[in-house]
Design a protein around this ligand. Structure first.
Ligand code: NAI
Ligand code: MG
Length: 320
């Protein structure tokens, strides 16, 4: 089992080592290799990411990814968008679990407003929102397969023609799969998910709406430091926290590593180790219950001291 590790920029370099230690602890046979990409590398070498990196990443069974900084530089192309496209990671899974709710946001990850088709003219700048039948169908099928009780299609079909297509294909696929399905306009949805999270099970939506909805939903669990994600394609899979490189707190050893560790747990599930994943989640709960948390959760633990406590709990399971 080969796992590529990309720490990336900012707090990616602080939280990923914790997640990697956790993986190594529960699966000592995993072979890790590092791939450096992102803004820091761009500053040093002029290249953020190239074909050789893609080749290396493709050789891994799974990728553990931190976060990359996207600077305002107009010549800089988002590394993550290139990666998601290059590895065809079309499904972005973002589970949001808490007391009384268990939501799975399934975000289309390769097209929509993040199609990357954009240009600047003299008096305007344009970004093309591309929704294809194929892209909608495959994400709808993916979401139906992971729906436990019912599917909600987040959309803005009242305004966007491209979302009429997306919504209708989702309804069609849900009917075909026998999955109960309703639709919800994304703006009121963003409020309702906070007010009535227990009403939702699986949610499927387009790229930018899923991006925003999952950050909104982070409120339900206590912030961005807690939410993991999986980027899945037919051949490759990449696991990363929902949060970014957090330049405001980077380098201070105070970032919450839970989102990264939970992303590692999703990696474990993906490679067929659900017990190990459950063990990791148990150790997280036990560490929090012992009052060891980083400042974003009200505690005074550092990234490193949380990580050490977590590893200790992981090595002595069964007493939680
Ligand atoms: P962000 O997610 O990095 O930070 C938002 C806020 O949440 C900040 O105040 C940060 O301190 C806090 N936060 C995030 N993760 C935390 C953690 N683990 N523990 C404690 N606090 C945490 O989003 P922001 O500030 O919008 O973007 C910063 C940079 O990250 C930008 O360059 C952006 O392009 C990039 N980014 C990268 C992503 C990725 O690599 N997947 C995703 C989102 C943003
Ligand atoms: Mg985001």
């Amino acid at each position: 089992m080969k796992v590529a590790v990309v720490e990336g920029d900012g707090i990616g370099r602080e939280v990923i080592p914790v997640a990697r230690d956790v993986l190594a602890c529960v699966r000592p046979d995993i072979e890790f290799f590092e791939v450096e990409l992102g803004y820091a590398r761009w500053e040093r070498t002029g290249t953020a990411y190239d074909d050789a990196d893609l080749h290396d990443l493709k050789s891994a069974d799974a990728i553990l990814f931190g976060a990359v900084t996207t600077p305002p530089d107009p010549d800089y192309r988002s590394v993550l968008l290139q990666l998601r496209k290059g590895l065809d990671l079309y499904a972005n899974l973002r589970p949001v679990k808490g007391e009384g709710f268990d939501i799975l946001i399934v975000r289309e990850n390769t097209e929509g407003l993040y199609s990357g088709i954009e240009w600047t003219e003299a008096d305007r700048a344009c970004t093309l929102r591309v929704i294809t039948r194929r892209g909608s169908r495959r994400i709808a099928r993916f979401a139906c397969a992971r729906t436990r009780s019912h599917l909600t299609v987040g959309n803005k079909a009242n305004v966007l023609k491209s979302d009429v297509l997306f919504r209708d294909i989702c309804l069609e696929e849900a009917a075909r799969a026998g999955v109960p399905c309703t639709t919800q306009f994304i703006d009121s949805f963003a409020l309702d998910i906070l007010m009535h999270p227990s009403r939702y099970d699986c949610i499927v939506t387009t790229n930018i709406f899923g991006d925003i909805l999952s950050d909104v939903a982070a409120f339900l669990v206590g912030g961005l430091g807690l939410l993991p994600s999986a980027n899945i394609g037919d051949r490759h899979a990449l696991f990363e926290p929902v949060h970014g490189s957090a330049p405001d707190i980077a380098g201070r050893n105070i970032a919450n590593p839970i989102a990264a560790v939970r992303s590692a747990a999703l990696l474990l599930e993906h490679i067929g180790e659900p017990e190990a994943a459950a063990q990791v989640e148990g150790a997280i709960k036990k560490t929090i219950a012992a009052g060891i948390t980083t400042p974003d959760m009200g505690g005074s633990a550092t990234t490193g001291s949380f990580g050490s406590a977590l590893l200790a709990n992981l090595r002595t399971p069964g007493r939680g």
